[in-house]
Ligand binder design. Structure first.
Ligand code: NG1
Ligand code: ZN
Length: 549
């Protein structure tokens, strides 16, 4: 049963600051860290209730990802390791904004009744808490812990400083009943990586002109140090990590995947001396990954290899393995139509064309990982990525079981046909890639091993297709909710007439494409435009921005 006095007592230590209103957006609550403790405390309560309701382990991650170091945030990992179920988001908003301890208690009481949350369930609530390297993280984690333990019997385990995907991975593993420590995470990644290395076709691993060294920008966040641990376990890859901690510079300041992808320039610590070397950049909590190579000019412009191209690389590799399997009769149930690609409207049009040309089914969803992830789960293999570098690969349970049967056949005698090796590779990918959420560390390992498998340099990879020039703009408007979209945000339905005006403008440009949508994380309307030249993309974006204003 709810112990009301306990909630009243602890919540009085976490009063909500005057005039603050927060909302559980696309990526959880995210604010200046100084106003967040009451929010995080309340998320602790919510997580405990969610754990009781689902009778599963739930995660609470304290991070503000690629945002500035003085910000922080909090989000909940559901039993599957994915994002909090959308039908609980409104309750998260209400809880976080309750004006007083009494009001908070009333909301909780009503919700517990409405959702029939069991207090006499078999399992007590159990919450895993994690945080990134932000200085505000420690105190906020304590607030979360007090929130959790204000629900009688609930247990909070502090998992320490982690990347966001590590925490999600642990929640997923715990609920599957498999080993779930950080060491287990590193071992699963390194073992499956080695397995893929061992399955590289002979003669492929040493390719002409391929620079073997990888230099990684850790955004001065949590990812760099974790990558170094992983690197030690692997001892086959040549990886140098720069911007690996707060001793080297400020978190996300002129560094990190968000900066590199948006500004299309090299992060701090990289310059023309690195020209030609394969480079990668993580974001502050290591759930985004982009690759790049620095061009020889002195101001260090880059060739960006973004999330769309990582997706394309994964798709090419997986499609190849499926084609080996397809040659066998018994794959009939798993033909290529069960491989699904999921993108948002921000995916570069050239990537979508390329993927469709490969004969793949490409699906668009609205912006936000929860939508992409949900759609990817419809396929035997679903690959999703946002252009910004967040994405992963999902495998269905039935497909994994089928692969396991095939690979057992291999170990029980019949020596390595192409089909059997392909099955083993896909199984290894399913273990290497973090199926809870996009994970830059597992992403780096998968990219690296696929490049070795293909014998490709970063330049060869980048040549898969050429990005269409694009431009993104933000428009501040009085009320961004006045713009309403449909068809995965590609069409404006309100205000009336706006879509027709956008169509008329877009029609003036070769390969023109343009859409507008209200941001889910900022108080702006975003404009995205693509065309055959940069100048045209810029003009199209600017004209449409005026239409929105
Ligand atoms: P919004 O603000 O809704 O555009 C942004 C990113 C998303 C996603 C979320 C969550 C763009 C255009 N949008 O969403 O891809 O990463 O933040 O962090 O990059
Ligand atoms: Zn992030």
């Amino acid at each position: 049963e709810l112990q009301k006095s306990l909630i009243l007592e602890s919540s009085s230590r976490f009063l909500i600051p005057q005039g603050v209103k927060v909302s559980y957006g696309t990526a959880g609550f995210r604010e200046d860290a100084s106003i967040l403790s009451s929010t995080v405390y309340r998320v602790g309560i919510l997580a405990a209730l969610r754990s009781l309701k689902t009778q599963s382990v739930i995660g609470v991650m304290i991070t503000a990802s690629h945002n500035k170091v003085s910000d922080n945030g909090v989000k909940i990992a559901d039993p599957s390791g994915g994002m909090l179920s959308q039908d609980w988001e409104p309750f998260a908003d209400e809880l976080a904004n309750a004006a007083s301890p009494q009001q908070l208690l009333q909301l909780i009481t009503e919700f517990v009744e409405k959702e029939r949350i069991p207090f006499d369930g078999v399992r007590p609530a159990e919450i895993l808490l994690g945080r990134d390297t932000r200085p505000s993280g420690e105190a906020l984690l304590e607030a979360a812990r007090q929130g959790v333990t204000s629900i009688v019997g609930a247990v909070a385990s502090d998992m320490g400083i982690l990347t966001t995907p590590q925490l999600h991975w642990m929640v997923r593993a715990r609920n599957k009943g498999i080993k779930a420590s950080e060491q287990d995470y590193f071992e699963q990644l390194s073992n499956s990586f080695r397995c893929l290395m061992d399955l590289i076709p002979t003669g492929q691993s040493k390719c002409d002109g391929m620079n073997d060294k990888l230099v990684v920008d850790g955004a001065n966040g949590v990812g760099g140090a974790k990558l170094q641990i992983l690197h030690k376990l692997l001892n086959v890859l040549d990886i140098e990590v720069r911007n690996s901690s707060q001793d080297e510079g400020v978190l996300n300041d002129g560094v990190g995947a968000d900066y590199v992808q948006k500004e299309k320039v090299a992060p701090r610590g990289f310059g023309s001396k690195d020209a030609g070397i394969r480079c990668a950049s993580l974001d502050g909590d290591a759930d985004r990954l982009v690759y790049f190579s620095v061009l020889p000019e002195s101001n260090a412009p880059i060739d960006l290899v973004d999330g769309d191209k990582i997706l394309s690389l994964f798709a090419v590799f997986i499609r190849e393995q499926l084609s080996f399997l397809n040659e066998k009769e018994d794959i009939k149930n798993f033909d290529k139509s069960r491989l699904g690609i999921i993108q948002t409207a921000y995916a570069n049009g050239a990537s979508t064309n390329y993927l469709k040309h490969l004969g793949l089914e490409v699906n668009l969803t609205p912006t936000g990982v929860k939508y992409l992830h949900e759609k990817a789960a419809d396929f035997d293999i679903g690959i999703y990525f946002e252009a910004n570098g967040h994405g992963t690969i999902l495998f269905s349970e039935t497909f994994i079981e089928w692969l396991e049967v095939r690979s057992n056949k291999l170990s029980s005698g019949s020596k390595g046909s192409e089909a059997e090796k392909a099955a083993l590779r896909l199984l290894a990918v399913s273990k290497l890639i973090n199926q809870a959420v996009g994970d830059a560390l597992s992403g780096v390992l998968l990219v690296e091993v696929i490049l070795k498998h293909m014998g490709w340099s970063i330049h060869r990879w980048n040549e898969l297709y050429h990005d269409l020039p694009s431009r993104q703009l933000k428009v501040k408007v009085a009320d961004r909710t006045s713009v309403v979209t449909a068809n995965a945000e590609t069409v404006v339905v309100r205000p009336p007439g706006l879509q027709e005006a956008i169509n008329a403008e877009t029609a003036k440009y070769t390969q023109g494409r343009c859409f507008v949508r209200p941001s889910g994380t900022e108080d702006v309307v975003r404009v995205y435009a693509e065309a055959s030249t940069q100048e045209a993309a810029d003009t199209l974006a600017n004209c449409v921005a005026k239409l929105v204003d």
